[in-house]
Ligand binder design. Structure first.
Ligand code: ZN
Length: 232
């Protein structure tokens, strides 16, 4: 936007009166300084977006693209190559599916006696009894937020499903023997994300004592009973 003095006439007392009715005591210098800050902000946002786009193009981006192309041009190029943008915003509500075929819960959500510590503890998820090496599938489409070792969880995957009914939903899959995806990957419903593990002493078992999948569902960062989201 171009600054037009006639669009912002000064009152007799030296205040600016904006066309939309606003009044400011700021000096010309202050207004220009704010304006240049806003431009800088816009520049940073544009540059961030450009980096995202170049990331998608990878080796298809030419040096000219990197130096001179604007974001619209890069977006067009991505379309031309049929490349997909990573999903960073809300995910459409999709039907949920079970993480494994014929799931049987060996330990439900809620209070239980912890098998190792022998103390009453809240179980933040459900345990599904399955043989080691069973395919574990994403329950709904989403973006992988974490994939790797995580203490007692052993090998853990966290998928962010975006907002569903206004709440941010994440699922966690633990004690995996093999992880098939990586952070930032987009997964669809039923994408095989891992093989189950859970046998004590195996890689990725964490604190698990028997072969099972530990599954958690979080709404806005708080655990809920996963059975709310899938049927057995
Ligand atoms: Zn568990």
């Amino acid at each position: 936007m171009v600054w037009n003095e006639q669009d912002h006439p000064r009152d007799d007392d030296g205040k600016f009166t904006f066309k939309n009715g606003g009044v400011t005591n700021k000096t010309n210098k202050e207004i220009l300084f704010e304006k240049s800050n806003k431009q800088k902000e816009l520049q940073t946002t544009k540059q961030k977006r450009k980096n995202e786009l170049l990331d998608i193009l990878k080796d298809k981006a030419t040096p000219a693209d990197i130096l001179y192309a604007d974001n619209e041009k890069l977006e067009k190029k991505i379309k031309e190559y049929g490349l997909k943008e990573k999903m960073t915003t809300n995910v459409n509500k999709t039907l949920w599916d079970n993480p494994v075929n014929n799931p049987k819960i060996s330990s439900p959500y809620g209070w239980r006696t912890h098998p190792i510590q022998n103390t009453k503890k809240h179980h933040n998820g459900v345990d599904i009894a399955i043989p080691q090496g069973t395919s574990v599938k994403a329950q709904a489409e989403g973006v992988v937020e974490y994939a790797g070792l995580a203490g007692g969880y052993g090998n853990l995957i966290i998928i962010n499903h975006g907002k569903i009914d206004g709440k941010e939903i994440k699922t966690k899959y633990a004690h995996l023997s093999k992880i098939n995806i990586k952070k930032g990957d987009k997964v669809g419903k039923n994408t095989e994300i891992a093989k189950s593990g859970g046998k004590k002493g195996t890689a990725g078992a964490g604190s698990s004592t028997g072969a099972h999948l530990h599954l958690e569902v979080l709404e806005e960062g708080k655990h809920v009973n996963p059975q709310k989201y899938f049927k057995f």
